[in-house]
Design a protein around this ligand. Sequence first.
Ligand code: PMP
Length: 406
Amino acid sequence: MAFDVIKVRQDFPILQQKVYGKPLVYLDNAATSQKPQQVIDSMINVYTELNSNIHRGVHYLSNQSTVAFEEARKKIQTFINASGEHEVIFTRGTTEAINLVAHSFGDTFLNEGDEVIVSELEHHSNIVPWQLLRDRKNITIKVIPIDEAGELMMDKFEELLSSRTKLVSVAHVSNALGTINPVEEVIRIAHDRDIPVLIDGAQAVQHVAVDVQKLDCDFYAFSGHKLYGPTGIGVLYGKAKWLEEMQPYHGGGEMIKKVTFDKTTYNELPFKFEAGTPDYCGAIGLGVAIDYVKSLDLAAIADYEHELLTYATNALQQVDGLRIYGTSEQKSGVISFLVDNIHPYDMGMMLDKMGIAVRTGHHCAQPIMDHYNIPGTVRASFGLYNQREEIDQLVAGVLKVKQLFG
Ligand code: PMP
C-alpha cells in the first residue's frame, strides 16, 4: 500500500492553518512534531471522561484511568519490544530519562576515576547529566570524535574503551546532522567488554523501528512529543537487571513500599522510578500516538521519509553556495545547512515570513558547531506529513533570501 500523505495530512489540524497569510510549511519536526486529531481527542477524552489520580483509588474513575495508563505502558512495551512492562518507566522525556540513569546508575555503579563515553554529536541532554555526575563523583568523560561527514569514528571509539569504562551513552540519530549511528556495532563492541550502553532515541523512534531486545541496549530513552504524542511524557527503557540494582531517582509517593521515619523500602519496578503523580494523561496520549504511527506502518513511514530526504538533499544541493552539514551514508530526515555567509538566524527569520518553519542555531549540540567552526545552522527536519511541494517551497525561499542578500 502506497503511503498516502494527502490523507495523512488531514489528520493534523494545525497543518491546515496559514501563517502570515501563507500556508504553513512545518519543517521543524526534530524539535517537536505536530499531533494527529486522534491524539488530541484522546487528551480531551481523558479530561472530560476519565480524569482521576491513578493507582491509589478504589473508585470507578481511578480504576478507569489506572487501566488506561497501564494499557499505554503495555503499548510502549510492544512498540519497542521490551521483555516486560516493568522495564518501561515513564519520564518527562528523553532529558529526564538520561538524568535518571546518570543519577541512579551513576550513584550505584560509578566511583572516582571511572569513565563514561559519549560522542561528539550528542544533544546537550546526553552531555550535561554526565558532567554533573563528573562533578559529584570525579569521573572522567571521554568523547568519540566524528569525521567531516558527521559519522562516529569507530576505530577511535575502540581506543577509548578501558577497564574503567562503566557506561557508553550515544544517540541513535543526531538531531543536528541526521546521522544514524551504527548503534548495533557500538553495543556489540561495548558488550564484548561487559560495558552497558544507553541509547538516546529521541530522534529515532519516530523514524525507524526500534527493537530493544534485538539491539540488546541496556537503556533506551525517548520523548513522546517527537513521536506525534503529547509534551511532558517520555520513556526510559532499562534492562531489569540494572533497574533492580539502581538507587531510586526521585523520592516521594508511588515509589515506596513502606515508609517509617527510620527506614523506607522501595516499590517494585517500574514504580520505584515513578515518584509522584505521573503525567497519566500524557502517557495515555502517547499510547494513542503509537497506535497512530503503527496504523501507518513504521516501515512505510521510513521509506517515505527517506524519499523526502533524498529529494530535499538533491534540490538543496542545486543552490549555489549552499553547504550541507552532516553527509553520512546513513541519514534520517534532517538537513542542516548554511548558504554563503548568510547568518542562520537571518535565513530562519526570512523563511518564517514566507510561512516556512525551520530551526536555526546550535540545536542544543554546541560541540558539533565547534567541530565545524560555525555559529549554527539552518535545520529543516521532516515528519511523516511533509511533502515534496513543501521542499520546493523551502528551496524557492532559500533562493529568494540569497537574492535579497545578493
Ligand atoms: N536527545 C536528542 C537527540 C534530541 O534531539 C532531544 C530533543 N531535541 C533530546 C535528547 C531532548 O529531548 P527532550 O527535550 O524531549 O527531553
